[in-house]
Every structure is written in C-alpha cells, then in structure tokens.
Ligand binder design. Structure first.
Ligand code: F6P
Length: 517
C-alpha cells in the first residue's frame, strides 16, 4: 500500500499557489453574490445527514485541487485498506476495524479472516444485547453505573444523553470516569447495592482510574452487604482474563482491532443498549453502517466525509486556522464536543508521520464547544468579533421530540441567525459594533435525532478524521502521547506519602511539598 504525504504531492504546491492567488482574500459574500447556485453546489446529502458547506471559504477550483490532493496521497487505497482489515495501525501492529462492528451479519466478506471476525462480532453482539434486554426487564435493578474513562466513557455517555428520548425503562444511568473520588462517592451516595449494576468498561482492564474506581465500587458493594458479584458487576473488555482475576465473571469481550475512541459500537456500547434496547442499538449500528457504505463507495466529489476532511486540511494548512468550534443546537447533544475532542485530537494530534519523520505542517486543530444557544451567551462574542477566525460546525435537528410549541422554531432561528451573522457581518464605522463577517461555518442537519441518525453522524465524524489523518500521512490510531503522564503519575504517587523529591524538577518538588503540608 503506497501512501504519499500531502506535502509531497504536485497538488500541494498548486493549492499553495491557489491560496496566494485567491484563497486568502476569499469573501463568502462575494461568492454568494456571484453564484446563485452556491448553496446547491456546496451542499452534500449523505445517509441521514445533510451538510451545507457553502458558507466555507472554498471555490470549485480549490475543491477540485483538494480532490486531486486526495487522489495523489492515495486516500482511497488507504480507506480500502482500513475496510479490508489491513494492519494500518503500524505502531501497534493492529487492524483498524471498527467498521466491522456495524456490518450486518450477512455482509459480504473478502477473506476467511474477515468472515471469522464478523461471526465473532455478531456472537458477542447478540449476547450483549440479550443481557441488555434482561437488565431492562429486571425490576430489581434501578441504577447502572458505567465505570470507564476516555473511549470507555465519552461515547456511551454522549450517546445515552443524545438518545434520552428513546429510553423507556426508567433506569438511571451514571457515568464515573475520573479517579477523583468525589465523583464515585457522590454517585454511590444515592445508590443501594441490591439495586445497582456496575459495568466496568476498559479495553485494557489496566487503566489506573478505572481500576481504582472499580476496586472502590467493589469494596462499597461488599460493605453494603452485597455478595452476588456475578449479578451486580459486568466487565466490557478485550482482557477477559484480567476481569476474571478481578472477580468479575459476567463479561463481554471485544478485540484489539477496536480503538478505544472507536469502541462505542462494541460491548462498550452496553449502557446505550440498556438505555434504548436491543432494537434501538441495532438501528444505531445500521445508521453508522449506512455512512460506512457512503464513505466506501460514493465518488470523492459526492463523499461527505471526504469533503469535510479536505476542508479541514485546507483550513489547517493553508488558512492556518488552529481550532474548530462544535455547536450542537440540541441539548441532548451536549456531550458531543467532548466526544469529538477525543476522536479528533487523540487520533490526529501527532507531530510525526507514520514513518516517524517530523511533520513540517500542522495537524489536529483544537476542538471545543458547547450546545447552542448557551455558547452564544458565552464565547460567541469572540467568534464574531475576536482577532482569530474559528470555523464553526453547527449541528441542527429539524424535528423536536417535545411538545413545547415555541421553543424549537426559536432554537432553529438562532442557529440560522448565528451562521448568517458570522458570514454576513455588519458594517459600523464606530468599531465596537462592527462585525467583519466572512467567518466560515459548516451546517450539519439531521431530520430527527434517532439511534440511526446519531450512528450516521458519529461514523461521519470518524471518517472525516480518517481523511485528514490520511492526507497528513500520520497514524491516526495510536495514542502514545498519553503514556508519559501515566508513567510519571505512578512515580509521583508514592512520593506524596514519602516526601521524596529526589530527581524531581524544582516546580514539581515545590508543589509536592505544599500538597504534603
Ligand atoms: O487515554 C488513553 C486511552 O488509552 C484512550 O485511548 C482510551 O479510550 C482510554 O485510555 C481508556 O482505556 P481503557 O478502555 O483501556 O481503560
């Protein structure tokens, strides 16, 4: 498989020239005035998600060059390698096969290895969903506590909140991730051992935060008179042996080819399956699969993840924009920004390419955001009038699932107004009331927020991250950058007891002393 890093292609130099010639002075208002078809031309329908890209600083010539860039880097071959289960996570020698988790049981497979993996996926999925249904039907269990962090927390938490309208069991779901004992203690304070189910979610079953919380939960369970661990604890992990050693016998496994931040579709999705039921979870997988098929087969020019990923590269490497703000105009999507932070920044926050060579250009932008309209009353001031240009990604949902008449039209009016205001601006000679405008945004629109449309939206985001990572020539599927802090914390923890500061830098030693006083 040949990959060519984006900056080593002929298209890269052409894009640099295009940026100098017209890109840097591109004005969205002029572009709309010159082209009445701009909305249609820069819109893209994909399964369950519609995207308006027209308020972005891009013209057809640049877009064509970006498609050429994609071809010259070998994006399509890299994409196909992922779907085929090739070892594209080269620093960990692993396949990257989360797409297989949402493939139907009768999907056509290209190899015996894939057929075997797909059969295992569906065996585990069936068992996991049967368990979810049994928990839903179990009147004695009122509270489910997911103990996990990173990908073993952010995905299920975001999705459970997002699909709250589909949760009909009355069960309360709690998420404990932080090693900060305040989080677990305040959760346990409201629970009874006899009515609580703990899900210990950890791909590796070694993560210190999760293991510490799980140990404390187990101790609490015993002190509360609980004894039936098999009924009150389940583990979601690739490391079933470690879960057994911990004393948990109810386990749902997955595979090392599922990255933590891509694991919501595996047994890690059990909290969501309990919340929305087996049928709902299957719809969630089907929505993601529809987006997989789109990414896999739509021509570049009509391929939404490709168009988004190329725009990300154009903004990061040519316009020099260093961040992107996520603005979901639906309160149920309020954890989406946190979820996307891990997805994109852990995947593409890399400074070397797949061969280990330092990159001469920027990679992952900073992702941040809040649900609308809350963000409008906090940081949108900076988006409209600050010195930096921050592309905004709005997410709106046409249909409301409440019956409070006036709210939804007002919410939709606000999201349209913000996107419009960023672009059109407002001239005012006085300065303070001047809005420069020409500030770009993308508008993602769902008809309805359902298990299927959420699945499609998340898969879309996974694939757009794949596209920019592929062009940058990096390995988007490892996360070595989180290791150093873990090692140092292990070294520091006993020093908080002993007071030993040997070998520490002056600041760490000083702070350690203060924390021991
Ligand atoms: O933060 C690093 C990381 O490895 C993430 O990639 C992962 O989602 C998280 O830790 C949790 O890991 P685990 O599921 O193995 O406990």
């Amino acid at each position: 498989m040949t990959r060519t890093r984006c900056d080593r292609t002929p298209a890269w130099a052409q894009l640099q020239a295009a940026y100098q010639a017209s890109g840097k002075d591109f004005d969205l208002r002029d572009a709309f005035a010159a082209d009445p078809q701009r909305f249609a031309q820069f819109s893209q329908a994909a399964p369950l998600v519609f995207a308006d890209l027209s308020k972005n600083r891009i013209d057809t010539a640049t877009q064509e060059l970006l498609f050429q860039l994609a071809r010259e880097t070998g994006l399509l071959a890299h994409r196909d390698a992922m779907f085929a289960g090739e070892v594209i996570n080269t620093t960990e020698q692993r396949e990257v096969w989360h797409t297989l988790l949402r493939a139907p049981a009768d999907a056509t497979t290209a190899s015996a290895h894939e057929a075997q993996a797909l059969a295992q996926v569906h065996g585990t999925l069936d068992a996991m969903l049967a368990f979810a249904e049994s928990v839903r039907a179990d009147g004695a269990i009122t509270d489910i506590v997911n103990i996990g962090i990173g990908g073993s927390d952010l995905g299920p938490q975001m999705a459970v909140l997002a699909l709250d309208a589909f949760a009909g069991t009355g069960k309360r779901l709690h998420f404990v991730s932080n090693v900060d004992g305040h989080e677990l203690a305040s959760t346990l304070a409201h629970l009874k051992a006899s009515s609580t189910l703990f899900l210990v979610a950890s791909k590796t079953f070694t993560t210190i935060e999760t293991m510490t919380n799980a140990q404390s939960a187990k101790r609490w369970f015993a002190t509360q008179g609980g004894s039936d661990i098999a009924r009150h604890f389940a583990a979601l992990t690739t490391n079933v042996a470690a879960a057994n050693d911990f004393g948990i016998t109810t386990t749902f496994g997955f595979w090392d080819w599922v990255g933590g931040r891509y694991s919501l579709w595996s047994a890690i999705g059990l909290p969501l399956a309990i919340a929305i039921g087996a049928d709902g979870f299957r719809e969630f997988l089907a929505g993601a699969h529809a987006m997989d098929q789109h990414f896999r087969s739509a021509p570049l020019e009509e391929n939404l993840p490709v168009r988004l990923g190329l725009l990300d590269v154009w903004y990061r490497n040519f316009h020099g924009f260093t961040s992107r703000s996520i603005a979901p105009y639906h309160s149920a999507l309020r954890r989406l920004p946190a979820y996307l932070q891990q997805l994109e920044m852990e995947s593409n926050g890399k400074r070397v390419d797949a061969s280990g060579a330092a990159l001469p250009f920027g990679t992952s932008p900073v992702l941040w955001g809040e649900s609308g309209t809350n963000g409008q009353h906090a940081y949108f001031q900076m988006l409209h009038q600050g010195t930096d240009v921050v592309p905004v990604e709005f997410v709106a949902v046409k249909k409301a699932r409440h019956t409070l008449g006036a709210h939804h039209p007002l919410l939709l009016a606000n999201v349209l107004a913000q996107a419009q205001a960023l672009m059109v601006g407002k001239a005012d000679a006085g300065g303070h009331k001047h809005f420069p405008g020409n500030r770009p945004s993308t508008f993602l629109l769902l008809d309805d927020l359902t298990p299927a449309s959420l699945g499609a939206l998340i898969a879309l985001q996974e694939h757009r991250v794949f596209v920019s990572g592929a062009l940058w020539g990096i390995n988007s599927f490892d996360q070595w950058g989180v290791e150093l802090g873990k090692v140092l914390a292990k070294d520091i923890a006993p020093r908080l007891d002993s007071g030993d500061t040997t070998g520490l830098d002056g600041s760490t030693a000083g702070l350690l002393g203060m924390l021991r006083d």
